[in-house]
Structure formats: C-alpha cells, structure tokens
Design a protein around this ligand. Structure first.
Ligand SMILES: Cc1ncc(COP(=O)(O)O)c(C=O)c1O
Length: 425
C-alpha cells in the first residue's frame, strides 16, 4: 500500500528514520514518499492501460512543485481548477496539452491565461461559460477543445461536501439539459466541443457508481451520434478512493473492472483525474505532543499540528489513523484500523492549539500512554493536507519533505513570521 513502516520499533518513510527526520526538520512536518507516489501512479496507469488514458493528476489534492515534477516525469498530465494551478502546472514543466481545466467560476483572466498556455481541454460547466470561452477564444484568435461537464445524477456515497455528480449541486450541466447544450454549441467554430467530462465526487469507497455513471454517459454519447454530433473524448474525472483505514477502498484494478469493459472498443480518447488515490497514502503529518491534559471528562493530547495544518477532520469529520512514531517496549506494530487498540491504551482526543472547538486531528483514540515530546504520525495526509493549510491564528505553515530511499529533501521550507505579513502594508 505504501512505504511507511515500522523498523526496529521506529516508523520509517522508505529508509528514513522519522524520529531523526523530525529532529532535523522540526514539527509539524509533512513527509512524502516518492516510491509510494510512483507506485500509486503506476498502479492506475497499469490498471487502465487497455484504454491508454491520459492520467491528469488533480493538482488541488497535492500541489507541491517537486511532486508535480515527479509525476510529470512519469507521463502524468494535470487536472487544474484555477489560474494558480495552471501556473503551477507550467512551473512543473507539464505538457500543457495533457492539462484539463475544470471549475464553475473561470474568470476572463483565467480563460485568457489558459488559452495562452495552450491547455488541452476546457471542462465547461455552463452555457454562459461556453459563450464566454468562445468569445474570448475568437478575441485572441485561438481555438480550444472543450468537454461538457455532465452531471449524471449518480450518488458516489461519500460526504455531502464532496458529492459533485448529483442533481442540485453547482457542478456541470444535468444530463437532461446536455443534449440541448450540444445541439446549440456542438458546431462552434472557435471551441471544438467534442468531449464529455464527469466527476462524481471525492473520497467514495465503492466502484459501482462509476459503472452506473458511465453507462448513462455512453447512452448519451450514442444519442448525440444519431444527431450527427461526434464525441471524441471522455474525461471520467477523479474521486477514486484511498485507504484511510486498511482495505476500505477499491483498488485501481477494481475501478478499472467497472470502467474498462464499458469503454473498450469505443474508440474514445480517455482522460482520468485521480488525486487522492495517488497522494493520500504517500504522505503523513508528523507532530509532537506539547501537553497531556487528564483528570477531566476527557483526556487530551495537545499537539503542535492544528486544523491549520490538516483541516479534513474539522471540515469533513474525516478520520486519520494517528500513532506514535516510536513504539514503546512491548507495544505491537499497529494496524491502521478504527478498532485497533494497543495494550494499556488510554483514550485521548488529539487536538491542536487553535482557538476553535473544531481544532482536532482525532477524537476518542485508544493510544499507548503518551508523554510530552512524543512524536505522532497522522497517516494518509498526503492528499488535501498541506494544500488546504492556512495561517489562521498567525501560525506559519508546516514544511514539506520528500523522501527517496535513504535520502530526503525539503521541498517547501517552513514558513516564518515574515511570511505571515508578506504583502501587507
Ligand atoms: C473536477 C475534479 N477532478 C478531479 C478531482 C480529484 O478528486 P480525487 O482527489 O478525489 O481523485 C476533483 C476533486 O474534487 C475534481 O473536482
């Protein structure tokens, strides 16, 4: 699954001892494993190989340039959702023809930036956006390729905040309006509307909704063909789950089993936009225990990472496995499962120092007895971790480190107080 493992009682990332890394780089600290990133990218590429897809890694999930470069080097394209992400893709040396640009609120400046950058695909989300795109393309004398983001009204069975392919969400155009959309814009001179895009949502744990959505999309493509409108490409989005808890998500192979047979032989260009499945278990957040507060109704381990570093628990009630980096005498290696309880466990809430009740990393966790200074690992923090961090409460953002075998590199330095006031009068 990943290259974070205990060796002689100490958690390692590949061959790097994480107690030594924390001593050298400080905490809170994001640590990524290059081997895990490669493994997850290649698992996806191999599972979907019969479709020869372009795998557009979702920059929003993990945006560090060094990591984008690593993935670009493996042949990845990118899913972008803002001018800033287009800028990141360019800085990472991306092949811009392999970049797909989604988002319901593209501004004129961002569209012009994307046209100038030569992004491969615009994933258009509304009639007004299409009209604006064709107007701007004509204005600058460029042509563009576009896919209509379709809302197939399929429930990916995930948190309502990460559900995007159901009716009533702001994303895409409902399937029953999409035919009219193609009839109206499918022969535009500046914007070749020859693709469809679907993204059901994020962090689902079943593959079946993908089969259901794809079946609807293929029937739609066939209906368009009867009207003389040819679809050349399908972008089947992201949302492929990752194991926050051991074995909870389908593998790339299991997703492929739903998708590949339906698309095989259709002659469509295929794009996929995974983020979480590649990055989630390639990163952890290291944090050290500042204080233990016991004797009240609950026990608290107050750590130096906060909701500013990892907001997923506060935002989605997300569950991350948390465990000491160094195992005490007689402590077994943990299983990353909710029901894992070590001998002599004491139940604690792992919380940060921000002035919000929602500032927690984990609640009611059975952990071995802790003491001040102990180092904890918050697992599965690679995706939607550092990218969603903030400086709330004037807390400088954490550093990021990339490990490769027994070597490591700081790929984003820890912020300083000067970073907090940069740009202010
Ligand atoms: C359009 C689009 N594509 C891809 C993704 C990546 O999703 P995930 O990281 O769950 O694979 C997202 C995430 O929200 C998205 O909005």
């Amino acid at each position: 699954m990943d290259y974070f493992a205990y060796k002689s009682g100490v958690l390692h990332c590949e061959d790097v001892d994480l107690t030594a890394l924390a001593a050298a780089c400080g905490t809170p600290l994001y640590v990524y494993s290059a081997a895990t990133l490669r493994r997850h990218y290649l698992a996806m590429a191999e599972a979907f190989a019969p479709l020869n897809p372009t795998i557009c890694f979702a920059i929003k999930s993990l945006a560090n340039l060094s990591i984008l470069r690593l993935l670009a080097g493996l042949g990845a394209g990118f899913d972008v959702v803002s001018g800033g992400e287009i800028f990141r893709a360019q800085k990472a040396g991306a092949d811009m023809s392999k970049v797909a640009y989604a988002g319901v609120g593209k501004t004129d400046a961002e569209i012009l930036q994307a046209l100038a950058a030569g992004v491969g695909w615009f994933n258009v989300e509304s009639e007004q956006e299409f009209e604006n795109l064709t107007r701007l393309a004509r204005q600058v004398g460029k042509t563009a390729s576009a896919a209509l983001r379709i809302n197939p009204d399929v429930d990916p069975h995930t948190h309502h905040h990460t559900t995007t392919g159901k009716k009533g969400t702001k994303f895409g155009v409902d399937l029953d309006r999409a035919e009219e959309f193609f009839a109206r814009y499918g022969r535009d001179a500046n914007v070749r509307l020859t693709g469809i895009h679907v993204h059901l949502g994020s962090a689902g744990h079943t593959a079946e909704p993908y089969g259901e959505a794809l079946t609807k999309c293929l029937a739609f493509i066939d209906r368009l063909a009867k009207k003389g409108l040819t679809i050349e490409a399908i972008n089947f989005g992201g949302g492929y789950g990752a194991d926050y808890e051991e074995g909870e998500s389908p593998t790339a192979q299991e997703y492929a089993r739903q998708i590949v047979p339906l698309l095989a032989g259709r002659g469509l260009k295929v794009l996929l936009e995974p983020g979480r499945q590649i990055g989630c278990n390639a990163g952890i957040l290291l944090t050290s225990v500042q204080y233990l507060k016991t004797g009240g109704e609950k026990n608290f381990a107050i750590v130096d990472a906060t909701m500013c570093d990892l907001i997923r628990p506060a935002l989605y009630d997300a569950w991350h496995f948390i465990y000491p980096v160094r195992l005490g005498a007689g402590q077994p290696e943990p299983h990353r499962r909710r029901d894992f309880t070590p001998p002599g466990a004491i139940t604690v809430d792992v919380v940060g120092g921000v002035c919000e009740g929602s500032d927690f990393l984990g609640k009611d966790r059975p952990l071995p007895p802790l003491k001040r200074g102990d180092l904890l690992a918050v697992f599965s923090a690679g995706a939607y971790g550092h990218v969603m961090s903030s400086q709330y409460n004037a807390r400088p953002r954490a550093a990021e480190v990339l490990v490769e075998d027994s070597a490591y590199r700081i790929i984003r330095r820890r912020e300083t107080y000067d970073d907090l006031i940069r740009g202010e009068e």
